[in-house]
Design a protein around this ligand. Structure first.
Ligand code: NAD
Ligand code: UDP
Length: 311
């Protein structure tokens, strides 16, 4: 199996590339290294089954792929708001290119969409049938609307051109290789605690997220690609819902630290509650996350300790 992974040098993409190589696939990782790093895939260097192509999904072409995972996009609010027009184009133009390529070479596609398509949801938990509550003028719009338009492209390429595309909506994922400075809550809190810096809770900490460990997410992505068909969007994530204040306490408990919590303003359009309904993924993919939050946070803390010790 020859596989293209766009965004393969990023956090999730690098774990996915490793998993695919382990499974015996030949993997081409296409990445512009904007938020990803060569360090993430250094373990694959020299492996004859792996190639890194430094390039942009907004310009790709290629041949001979059977599977394409499209992960190329900045993912954290800090990263995607840095270049909002670029983010939107990466998601829309990049998606169009991937679908054109898939149509040309007859490849199957998995699109990494996001729980952000639900915006600040008015329904809870979020089922795939919910249309969402997104502000198209807000600071998250470049990402949210980019991913929504990408889903529309997937839908139309499937209907008009028969492209075998599967859309998964990824909910908050964490684990080793998150970037220390990209502002996501898990990495922020761990890095702050390890540096004895204040733990910055935005708002009052009662907003919720449901955190999925990266190996579970990669398992879901591979399952989504491997089944004979998957029509319509499918949520992937861990349905255990936690308050951000609880996450701060958990990390304070697990890191030997003098840090204390401080409260900062909640960013505009920050969703209040988020939890996936994963009934469809369970039924159609046999997907079930197995890594609990304690185990996953400990592994992530160990990773950041390793990074600190390497410095
Ligand atoms: P990441 O930023 O670590 O990885 C994204 C990768 O895409 C990076 O390596 C980056 O360099 C690359 N990239 C960005 N723009 C590109 C372009 N124009 N051309 C080529 N490469 C480009 O983020 P991640 O957390 O690994 O997210 C991977 C995918 O999963 C993204 O599409 C993201 O939207 C989606 N997702 C992630 C989460 C999460 O919690 N991590 C949640 C929902 C959706
Ligand atoms: N958050 C926080 N402190 C931080 C970083 C984030 O309280 O230092 C909050 C943020 O406001 C949001 C939640 O944690 O409510 C998850 O934020 P993240 O950026 O990780 O993901 P997203 O908002 O995209 O789900």
């Amino acid at each position: 199996m020859r596989v293209l992974v766009t965004g393969g040098a990023g956090f999730i993409g690098s774990h996915l590339c490793e998993r695919l190589v382990e499974d015996g696939c030949d993997v081409v990782c296409l990445d512009n290294l904007s938020t990803g790093r060569e360090l993430n895939i250094v373990g694959l260097y020299g492996n004859p089954r792996f190639d890194l192509v430094v390039g942009d999904v907004r310009k790709i072409d290629g041949t001979g792929f059977e599977w394409i995972f499209n992960l190329a996009s900045p993912a954290s609010p800090v990263a995607y708001q840095r270049d909002p027009i670029g983010t939107l184009k990466t998601n829309v133009v990049g998606m169009g290119n991937v679908l054109q390529l898939a149509r040309k070479v007859g490849a199957r596609v998995v699109q990494a969409s996001t729980s952000e398509v639900y915006g600040d949801p008015l329904e809870h938990p979020q089922r795939e049938g919910y249309w969402g509550n997104v502000n198209c003028y807000g600071p998250r719009a470049c990402y949210d609307e980019g991913k929504r338009a990408a889903e529309t492209l997937c839908h139309d390429y499937r209907n008009l051109h028969g492209v075998d595309v599967r859309v998964v909506r990824i909910f908050n994922t964490y684990g080793p290789r998150m970037q220390a400075d990209d502002g996501r809550v898990v990495s922020n809190f761990i890095v702050q605690a390890m540096g004895n810096e204040p733990i910055t809770i935005y708002g009052d900490g009662t907003q919720t997220r449901s955190f999925c460990y990266v190996s579970d997410m990669v398992d879901g992505l591979v399952r989504a690609m491997s089944v004979s068909d998957l029509v319509g969007p499918t949520n992937l994530g861990n349905p255990e819902e936690l308050q951000i204040g609880y996450l701060a306490d958990l990390i304070l408990e697990k890191v030997d630290t003098r840090s204390q919590v401080i409260y900062e303003p909640l960013p505009e359009d920050d969703p209040v509650r988020r939890r996936p309904d994963i009934t469809k993924a369970k039924e159609q993919l046999n997907f079930m996350p197995v890594v609990g939050i304690d185990e996953g946070i400990e592994a992530t803390i160990d990773y950041f300790k390793g990074v600190r010790n390497e410095r």
